[in-house]
Design a protein around this ligand. Structure first.
Ligand code: PEP
Ligand code: MG
Length: 319
């Protein structure tokens, strides 16, 4: 039985009617690669790089970062490693970053904005990632992108460092987790190589509910039709340009969300390691035709509660 379960974990996640969804694991450090692979992950759709350095008083230098990213690339043995550049600020302050005093840190200098304000830090990370990309399939992902201006600035910096290193080009994608990025996805898709939807922040900013709020948690549901409509727009815009779209927020691990995300056309899901096997099993039990039907019904609902009560979804929403 244990051998059979292990064998099942490694099979790809293909729906009953033949659509393959890639399933990755969200990780924080290279040591987790072996665990992720053992769980059946097909790479990592999100490396939260800020957690490599969260306890440190000093910023990591390029060589130290290179060593960590090379170990990630090698640990995943050539499978995709989506390396997110530092997503500091908001709920993830770093000791070595000079975070300004802000009344609303979630609306302040965080994510890519912070990297662009600290170009030496950003350049060191980009150089380390580009060097490590020679050892595997590293892709660079920019967090908290709010529009094209910052994406262009970041890509210019990445290209300068690439030329300086004479490194091969790496894919550069973005997190879609600020509503403006979802709304402008058609234009962003022209200049980003892939999208990964960060439903934790996308839900927070769309519904104006702090993701860590002590009492408003029940209002913060990624299955809210407002969030689903932004995901729908994002997927359509990406596919019109031939880009792939993943989801790496906690929503991807919600058994009620998986059928809807598949039905909306998402290509990849990345979840925490303990959720990988169950998600793959759930996908194998689904048919794309029924997922598409339930996604259309969900987009027409008025509230998250209505979505969760859809009889068609309740039938499919088991892990
Ligand atoms: C998200 O916002 O959904 C996400 C995946 O990133 P984080 O949770 O690290 O902000
Ligand atoms: Mg986020």
């Amino acid at each position: 039985r244990a051998a059979a379960a292990r064998e099942a974990a490694f099979r790809p996640a293909v729906t009953r009617d033949g659509h393959r969804i890639e399933v990755g694991a969200n990780v924080r450090r290279p040591e987790e690669a072996a665990q992720a692979l053992a769980a059946g992950a097909e790479g990592t759709g999100l490396v939260r790089s800020e957690f490599l350095f969260d306890e440190r008083p000093h910023p990591p230098n390029e060589d130290e970062q290179f060593d960590l990213y090379r170990r990630l690339a090698e640990g995943f043995g050539g499978l995709p490693v989506v390396l997110r550049t530092l997503d500091a600020g908001g709920d993830k302050p770093l000791r070595f970053v000079r975070h300004p005093a802000e009344a609303n840190p979630f609306l302040g200098l965080r994510g890519l904005r912070l990297s662009l304000a600290e170009p030496a830090l950003f350049r060191a990370q980009v150089r380390a990632a580009l060097r490590a990309a020679r050892h595997g399939d590293i892709r660079i992902m920019l967090p908290m992108v709010d529009g094209l201006a910052d994406l262009r600035t970041a890509r210019d910096i990445i290209e300068q460092e690439r030329q300086d290193l004479a490194a091969p080009p790496a894919e550069v994608g973005i997190m879609v987790e600020v509503p403006s990025a979802a709304v402008m996805a058609d234009q962003l898709a022209g200049e980003a190589d892939f999208f990964s939807i960060g439903t934790n922040d996308l839900t927070q900013y769309t519904l104006a509910v702090d993701r860590l709020h002590p009492t408003l948690g029940a209002r913060s549901d990624a299955l809210d039709p407002a969030v689903l409509r932004l995901i729908d727009m994002t997927v359509k815009a990406a596919h019109a340009r031939g880009r792939w779209v993943g989801v790496c927020g906690n929503m991807a691990a919600d058994p009620m969300a998986a059928p809807i995300l598949l039905g909306l056309g998402v290509d990849e899901l990345s979840v925490s390691i303990p959720n990988v096997a169950a998600l793959k099993a759930q996908i194998r039990a689904l048919a794309m035709a029924e997922a598409e039907r339930v996604a259309r019904l969900a987009l027409g609902c008025a509230t998250a509660a209505e979505v969760r009560a859809l009889p068609a979804l309740r039938e499919l929403g088991h892990a």
